[in-house]
Design a protein around this ligand. Structure first.
Ligand SMILES: Cc1cc2nc3c(=O)[nH]c(=O)nc-3n(C[C@H](O)[C@H](O)[C@H](O)COP(=O)(O)OP(=O)(O)OC[C@H]3O[C@@H](n4cnc5c(N)ncnc54)[C@H](O)[C@@H]3O)c2cc1C
Length: 377
């Protein structure tokens, strides 16, 4: 490392890597600092790997805009760089007539957001498409798919390093000092403690982004940046059931929940799983509680009657870095330069929960424009 970087990115999850790939170029000194041994060891490898279409989020929010743009950009990246993906399509299924109003609302919301190709299916059309799914009606979202998130991150790493970015693993940011022109960043790595200066500092620290913002001197309660951890568990579906449906099957989200409801997804190899559940937690613990199995079974049995209780096995869990607490309205991504807090050149990305994976290439472009405004290039 030299003593002075142009841009330093904290965090080598899918978002930090996308930002590094988008901002790296020859002649620019860019560092990516990651406390773990490798990239993508946290939320970016503990999610559904769904390429979302952008249906649920309130119109005009960053979540809606960057998801719709990210959906298109991700498919382009997959085609161009050979990243494994499958455009499976998704159905949001109303289990009974009482959910038809909400289904209609979601269709309108998704169309306003610009989600591609949404269509309402009658009970009969649903049965023709997915004979093993029960429901009164469904929304078909043809542009929803799944992606190999590790291959995506490898692609971002290649693009970033080809552009000259240097990624340092086992490097934990512990101190941030504001200078007259940039920041002094202190890092603990295997060699000890060292520090360097950077003109722009980009906080992509996922579950720790509020702590990084606090290190930079922000009152995270005043700013509304304090994270609430919300755990999501998954159960895999065994018993040869993976071929019983072809598409991702989602319920109509139960009112007031902090997610899209326990749904059926497939990993890129075609293995079926159910999840994620929603549980606000105080700390980070990825163990799956097998006692939660009845919740998973009960959540899907009405629309997926072929799934039997014994098919379900605990699989894995992820933790959402949420800005809203239980029962509070959805909060948008925070992606901003903090000049108005007296911290020009600090770009915070706070609360990048779902659809952060889908939105990653669009988030990166958004950050690139902020960087351009700061560095003048
Ligand atoms: C259960 C669940 C399901 C989801 N499903 C989907 C989905 O299907 N589709 C979708 O689009 N999105 C989904 N998401 C959201 C998506 O996974 C996240 O938005 C995305 O992975 C966030 O990436 P990130 O890079 O911001 O965070 P992370 O992957 O958490 O990366 C942050 C990195 O910062 C590093 N770091 C933190 N502090 C420091 C420090 N002090 N010094 C150095 N490094 C540091 C961490 O070690 C970590 O590697 C889901 C999320 C969850 C939890």
């Amino acid at each position: 490392m030299t003593d002075k970087a142009d841009i330093t990115i904290i965090g080598a999850g899918v978002v930090g890597l996308a930002v590094s790939a988008e901002t790296a170029r020859r002649g620019r000194e860019i560092y990516v600092l990651e406390k773990n041994d490798a990239f993508g060891q946290e939320t970016s490898s503990r999610n559904s790997e769904v390429i979302h279409a952008g249906i649920y989020y309130p119109e005009g929010t960053l979540k809606a805009r960057l998801c719709v743009e990210g959906n298109r950009l991700l498919y382009e990246l997959c085609e161009k760089y050979g990243i494994p993906f499958a455009t499976l399509g998704k159905l949001i299924v109303a289990a009974g007539d009482e959910e038809l109003g909400e289904l209609d609302h979601l269709l309108k919301q998704g169309r306003k957001n610009g989600a591609q190709g949404l269509r309402m299916l009658s009970r009969r059309e649903l049965k023709e498409m997915e004979p093993n799914v029960e429901g009164a009606a469904a929304i078909l979202s043809p542009s929803t798919g799944v992606i190999d998130s590790h291959a995506l991150m490898r692609c971002y790493v290649s693009k970033a390093t080809e552009g000259g970015a240097k990624i340092a693993y086992r490097s934990r940011v512990t101190v941030i000092e504001k200078l007259s022109d940039g920041y002094r960043v202190t890092v603990e790595d295997t060699e000890g403690v060292s520090s360097f200066e950077t003109s722009v500092l980009i906080n992509c620290a996922g579950l720790y982004c509020d702590k990084i913002a606090a290190l930079a001197g922000i009152d995270i309660d005043m700013a509304g940046y304090r994270l609430r951890y919300c755990k999501g568990e998954y159960f895999s579906v065994d018993g040869g059931k993976s071929r019983m449906v072809k598409r991702l099957i989602f319920p109509v989200p139960p009112p007031g929940i902090a997610g899209v409801g326990i749904h059926v997804t497939f990993d890129i190899s075609g293995r079926m799983r159910l999840g994620p559940s929603i549980e606000y937690v105080d700390g980070i613990n990825y163990a799956v509680d097998s006692r939660h199995k009845p919740l998973f079974y009960d959540s899907v049995k009405s629309f997926l009657p072929f799934i039997e209780y014994d098919d379900l096995q605990p699989e894995m869990a992820g933790i959402r870095p949420k800005l809203q607490g239980p029962g509070e309205p959805v909060k948008d991504f925070v992606i901003r330069d903090e000049s108005d807090k007296g911290l020009p050149g600090l770009i915070n990305l706070i609360g990048i929960e779902s659809p952060g994976l889908t939105a990653s290439p669009a988030i990166a472009r958004y950050v690139r424009e902020i960087v351009k405004g700061l560095l003048g290039k």
